[in-house]
Design a protein around this ligand. Structure first.
Ligand SMILES: O=C(CO)COP(=O)(O)O
Length: 122
């Protein structure tokens, strides 16, 4: 089954929740994982089943990166906050890097997120 990670920084979480609600029927076709707080909100605010990793600042990005490295993930939607520095910036960079190393589909804004989930359906 196609497996996708959903991640959003705090100020982008409302956008990700709305995206997930809008695309809920499509996302239901996928195996979903998320960082801790993002996953908690997705569970609370949608009917999607989401596997939760640790929270981003506590290693969640690295856990998702490990899945990418293992070839277990088909795509990553990561709505980063481009206007705020994050304490775990090295972890974020590591995740983005391993997506490029493994040529794994990566969307970091809403416009490309829609392409990603539609593209993986084909
Ligand atoms: O910090 C994050 C990604 O870098 C997201 O983590 P949370 O979903 O736990 O807030």
């Amino acid at each position: 089954m196609t497996r996708i990670a959903l991640i959003a920084h705090d100020r982008k979480k409302p956008d990700l929740i709305e995206f997930a609600q809008t695309h809920e029927s499509q996302l239901r076709e996928y195996d979903l994982i998320a960082t801790g707080t993002t996953g908690k909100r997705l569970r609370e605010e949608t009917d999607l089943e989401v596997e939760r990793m640790e929270s981003g600042p506590h290693g969640g990005d690295l856990m998702i990166g490990a899945e990418v490295a293992a070839g277990d993930l088909d795509g990553v939607v990561f709505l980063r906050d481009p206007l705020r520095a994050q304490p775990h910036e090295p972890d974020i960079s590591a995740l983005l890097r391993i997506c490029d190393v493994r040529d794994t589909a990566l969307a970091t804004n809403l416009a490309s997120a829609a392409f990603l989930i539609e593209g993986l359906a084909e």
